[in-house]
Write a protein that binds this ligand. Structure first.
Ligand code: GLU
Ligand code: ZN
Length: 476
């Protein structure tokens, strides 16, 4: 029988959820969903001082917003839980005891100063620093004596020298380490708490995690974590290390990019599907380059698609996917963007008219102002363009509108009266109505713009054409 796919997202709740973490969560979620497996949420909150309950709540809210729901986690406990490391100390204690009993771990009484001196000596001799093994062979009597003195001790994992450690990284391919290069490493700190790599490995084992996709910054932990799992009699998960997300300059993505926190994107109005289409392609390539819905994101996710090239976060790409997402979004999702900016009850019609020009909620406010608000007198190049069409042009438009003409009839009447067509007709008409050269289809715009506003704008345009010199800001 094939082992079931079980993946997890294991954030340390020490700050806002950033895009790099979300990409990790997404890939693990996609892989589990693709293979009908389970996706777990485990909170790595052993670093008690820096972790805040509010951050756990917030990160769960962000994951839910993105639709990355988990099958088990701190709010959905099951037999493999608890899903907070702060509640798992007894598990770690049991694992320490097992390893100590099997002599796979031993207490180390070296002081920070001793370790530092040893490190400098090794570096000075041109050797990579690693634990010299001073406490590896203390006799039980010496250990008992030191313990009786109350000397603080860490617990070190005993690495068998002379071994070649091999594993296949799901992204980076075959990996090879000499066990000597690892040195005996700390698995329990002097204060009794489990080292990160230990609790992480013990929990993956206890939770039967089959695949771990995580950032490249964890590569060095992996051979050690595999040793821990094996020493505990478990099959280590398969690991894949993803290239870190980098910002525009190639530096690791950080707060400085202003866009690295998921909450910021959500608050700015980005849609979850836009974020997923972007992140799914950072360090992973889909056969399909265009928009992918949630099911397609799952169906097309493969380990073969994972790549080693640096994954560049690019705001322009995010905006591209946001446009696609808005284009496809149900109207009910966009109408709230218009609320408070358009007359009550007009949200649906307004969104239908301007949807192609919406990217973020701020755009809805902008277009609502253009359609329903007061525009100042047109100035500058737009004013000049309006004036150049001539007063008769707007008089004809006013006459047609006054006679109740719809958009098609208005255009016909304008053509007949002015002899203009094409851009010479549409540009000044659009400019007169919106003071812009871009925007929604004029027909759609006229559907939502109140008739009194249409008349007022055409009259302002006619006045401007009659007296271009009176327009504020126009050069004398
Ligand atoms: N708590 C670790 C982190 O946030 C988890 C690493 C892992 O996925 O194994 O980096
Ligand atoms: Zn020692």
């Amino acid at each position: 029988m094939q082992t079931p796919v079980i993946t997890r997202f294991a954030p340390s709740p020490t700050g806002a959820l950033h895009l790099g973490n979300v990409r990790t969560a997404l890939f693990n979620w996609l892989y589990a969903r693709r293979h009908g497996g389970r996706f777990l949420l485990r909170i790595e909150d052993t670093d008690r001082e820096r972790s805040l309950e509010a951050q756990v709540t917030a990160l769960m809210a962000e994951l839910r917003w993105l639709g990355l729901e988990w099958d088990a986690g701190p709010d959905r406990e099951d037999a493999a839980g608890p899903y907070r490391q702060s509640a798992r100390a007894s598990r770690y204690a049991a694992a320490f005891a097992r390893l100590e009993a099997a002599d796979r771990a031993y207490p180390c009484y070296c002081t920070a100063l001793e370790l530092e001196l040893a490190r400098r000596t090794q570096l000075a001799a041109g050797r990579p620093p690693r634990y010299a093994g001073s406490c590896a062979t203390l006799t039980p009597a010496v250990r008992a004596a030191r313990a009786a003195e109350g000397r603080p001790a860490t617990l070190r994992f005993r690495v068998t020298p002379g071994e070649v450690l091999l594993y296949d990284d799901l992204v980076r391919g075959p990996q090879r380490f000499a066990s000597e290069d690892l040195g005996d490493f700390v698995i329990r700190r002097a204060d009794g708490s489990a080292a990160f790599l230990f609790s992480n490995a013990v929990d993956d084992t206890a939770m039967a995690v089959s695949h771990v996709l995580r950032g490249e910054d964890h590569v060095a932990n992996t051979p050690r974590q595999r040793l821990i799992a094996l020493a505990l009699g478990a099959e280590p998960p398969r690991y894949g290390h993803l290239p870190l997300l980098v910002g525009p300059g190639g530096a690791p993505l950080s707060k400085r990019d202003g866009s690295a926190a998921v909450a910021e994107l959500r608050e700015a109005g980005y849609l979850p599907e836009a974020v997923l289409n972007l992140l799914g392609r950072l360090g992973h390539s889909y056969a399909e380059e265009g928009w992918l819905g949630r099911e397609a994101l799952i169906a097309g996710f493969t380990l073969d698609g994972l790549g080693r090239a640096p994954a560049h976060f690019d705001r322009a790409q995010l905006r591209h996917w946001q446009k696609e997402a808005v284009h496809r979004a149900p109207a009910a999702l966009l109408e709230p963007w218009a609320r408070q900016h358009v007359p009550p009850g007009r949200e649906a019609a307004f969104v239908a008219a301007v949807r192609a020009n919406l990217e973020l909620p701020a755009d809805a406010a902008l277009w609502a102002h253009i359609v329903y608000g007061e525009l100042p007198c047109a100035v500058g190049p737009i004013g000049a363009l309006i004036a150049a069409a001539g007063a008769a042009f707007y008089a004809a438009a006013l006459a047609a509108v006054g006679a109740g003409a719809g958009y098609a009839a208005l255009v016909t009447a304008l053509k007949a009266a002015s002899g203009k067509g094409g851009a010479a007709l549409f540009k000044p008409l659009r400019a007169a109505l919106t003071q812009r050269l871009d925007g929604p289809e004029l027909a759609a715009l006229l559907e939502v713009m109140p008739p009194s506003t249409v008349v007022a704008r055409l009259e302002a345009a006619r006045a401007l054409a009659l007296h271009p010199d009176r327009s504020p800001g126009s050069s004398p």
